[in-house]
Design a protein around this ligand. Structure first.
Ligand code: ADP
Ligand code: MG
Length: 628
């Protein structure tokens, strides 16, 4: 029997590990199962290249709880260790056997899927155990070894009588960590971290009902058998080639990932790259609609099939964090602070690769089946619009497939829209005027008025649309967006001939004075306009700029607080060429004239959804009086 000191430069590393190394104690199990997996995969590699002359077989990893004796066992059938190897790999804290293995076998082992590389994982066992034992037998001829350490920097190493190859790690669970003796807690951890690891993991047994034989009698009892409870799927979809997978496989994997999701994803993007970094994964576009709230089912980050986190901030561009799915890359530095992550070159490349892949996929969906893409638009536009706002590279690509639906459900790309309206919708400076509504019902009167003039009206109703419009106006030349109720269309769009006013300047003066007597100047600016006689006599509009700034602020415009505090101000556009204006002018009695103006104003308010409360009650009463 040999005894000795663990070779560390720090006097006592265990308290350090316990406190600082990992904030989450539960990851000890992930680390030990990763080591067991590594040991198994190393053996597989060695048998493949003929360096280990043993039968690889169908090795599995077993997790066993011994509640009575407060022990947790992690047992593998991997390559095992000789006593010398235990000395070398275990006693030297921060010496990674995994890295050594990869160095030794270089390119050949690159695809073996080895997980470890910091040489610290094993010691995470001491976060939950006050004593750890290793009983291990190498695949070579050496005798089995038994290592015991109680958390002080001393250990004992002895010969054991284990006959079959592999390693058993025994944790004597500490008083403050007895939760890890509960079956439900261990099961939870296995599902969280190990669900897709490459070596089968057994945790207890389960009953399975056998299908009845075809010739079995009606009333025959279904036969039940006890089978190993394997908690993982060792070959999840993302580890396969896209060519091996059908649409149904992708959907099946989505259900496997998010068992509580009932809705099917809209489509998926298979990520697969090995240069200049290694990354695989599948991203799904869920049905998002207008909902911008972060969901609980997020993108999961794996490293060689080990779950690491579902906080992908910094790795996946923010606008894509609304997607779901899996990313697996051994090249993402972990156990490091997030701020470091964002500055890391490899991570930046990964993030832009993902952005590019998503853009390319969207583009091919658009090109290959435009009709289907249009149908999905409502559910994916949030991601695309958000991406266009936040990533210039994505904007460039998305500009080709981003859609602008009209109120009549025709979908244009920006270029198509430009082509369509370039002759009919320009202002006096030659700028293209894009008319849009944000709500078909609320802005119905205005939409109708614009359509009657033959204009195209877009329906842009996502919550960030004001930001997007702002972005489009600055990145496109000579385009201005105007909501249909922002100004009267006749004032916006240049026409062949000017409409001539029926009123003289003097008459206009009188009219204005008469109107302002009734119309509150704190809310409305009266604008007399000579419009064509079929246009409404009174129309309320709210200037595009002011309204948009307010909206942007409500949805996180930032730094423009001044607009939020501005009172609501409207324009009252009065069409001097309308018959009603003539009638107002004709009234000799002040009271009669005022009543007409008041009624007309209320009607204008009504069509802008501004007539409320007492004003509405009075209006209804007055209207009944009128028709009596
Ligand atoms: P890393 O996995 O980063 O190399 P660990 O501290 O997790 O570091 O493990 C240290 C080393 O101990 C491993 O590289 C491996 O050589 C050895 N080891 C740990 N667990 C096992 C095991 N179950 N079977 C064989 N060797 C193991
Ligand atoms: Mg390890």
């Amino acid at each position: 029997m040999a005894t000795g000191n663990i070779n560390v430069s720090v006097e006592n590393i265990f308290p350090l590990i316990k406190k600082f190394l990992y904030s989450d104690h539960e990851i000890f199990l992930r680390e030990l199962i990763s080591n067991a997996t590594d040991a198994t995969l190393k053996l597989k590699h060695l048998t493949n290249i003929g360096e280990a002359k043993v039968e690889y077989g169908n090795p599995q990893i077993e997790i066993k709880i011994d509640k009575e004796n407060k022990k947790l066992h992690i047992i593998d059938q991997g390559l095992g260790m000789s006593a010398d190897e235990v000395e070398k790999y275990i006693n030297q804290v921060a010496f990674s056997g995994a890295e050594e293995f990869l160095d030794k076998y270089k390119d050949g082992a690159k695809d073996a899927g080895i997980i470890g590389h910091f040489g610290l994982g094993f010691y995470s066992a001491f976060m939950v155990a006050d004593k750890v034992e290793i009983i291990t037998k190498s695949f070579k001829d050496d005798a089995a070894a038994h290592w015991i350490c109680d958390g002080s920097p001393t250990f004992s190493l002895d010969i054991a009588d284990k006959a079959d190859r592999g390693t058993e790690i025994i944790l004597h669970i500490a008083e403050d960590s007895t939760e890890f003796l509960e079956e439900s807690r261990i099961n939870e951890l296995l599902v969280k971290y190990n669900k897709f690891m490459p070596v089968p993991i057994k945790f207890g047994t389960k009953e399975e009902t056998l299908p009845k034989a075809e010739d079995a009698p009606e009333d025959a009892e279904a036969e039940k058998i006890t089978v190993d409870n394997i908690i993982n799927n060792p070959t999840p979809a993302w580890t396969k080639q896209p060519s091996e997978l059908k649409d149904e496989d992708y959907k099946g994997f989505y259900r496997e990932l998010y068992p509580s999701q009932f809705e099917e994803p809209l489509f998926n993007i298979h990520l697969n790259v090995d240069y200049p970094f290694n990354l695989t994964g599948i991203l799904y576009f869920p049905r998002l609609g207008q909902d911008m709230n972060m969901q609980k089912d997020k993108i999961q980050l794996y490293q060689n099939q080990v779950f690491v986190t579902d906080n992908v901030e910094g790795i996946v561009p923010e606008f894509l964090t609304m997607l779901r799915g899996v990313i697996d890359s051994p090249d993402i530095p972990l156990n490091v602070s997030r701020s470091y992550l964002q500055a890391d070159g490899a991570v930046k490349k990964i993030s832009s690769y993902i952005t590019r892949k998503v853009a390319d996929k969207l583009n091919s969906l658009f090109k290959n089946d435009r009709e289907d893409f249009e149908k999905k638009w409502n559910d994916i536009k949030i991601v695309i619009e958000y991406g266009m706002l936040s990533e210039d590279k994505f904007f460039e690509k998305a500009d080709k497939f981003a859609l602008y639906p009209t109120v009549d459900n025709t979908h244009f790309t920006f270029e198509e829209l430009q082509e369509k309206i370039k002759d009919s919708q320009t202002d006096k400076d030659g700028k293209l005027v894009v008319l849009y509504a944000s709500n078909k019902d609320e802005q119905h009167a205005y939409v109708q008025a614009a359509k009657d003039k033959g204009y195209e009206v877009l329906l842009l109703d996502s919550p960030i649309v004001s930001h997007l419009i702002q972005k489009l106006e600055t990145s496109k030349e000579n385009v201005t967006f105007v909501r249909v109720d922002s100004d009267h269309v006749d004032n916006l769009i240049k026409k062949e001939e000017e409409t001539i006013s029926k009123l003289s300047d003097e008459e206009k003066e009188t009219l204005k004075t008469n109107l302002e007597k009734v119309i509150p100047s704190t809310k409305y600016t009266v604008q007399l306009e000579a419009l064509d006689s079929t246009t409404s006599p009174f129309m309320i509009t709210q200037p595009e700029f002011m309204r948009r700034m307010k909206e942007m602020q409500q949805t996180g415009g930032g730094g423009m607080n001044m607009f939020g505090n501005m009172p609501e101000m409207y324009n009252l556009v009065v069409n001097t060429n309308h018959e009603l204006i003539g009638k107002i002018m004709e009234q000799n009695e002040d009271a009669d004239r005022d009543a007409l103006v008041k009624q007309a104003l209320d009607l204008a308010k009504l069509s802008q959804n501004l007539l409320k409360g007492e004003d509405l009650t009075n209006f209804v009463k007055r209207s009944f009086e009128l028709i009596k």
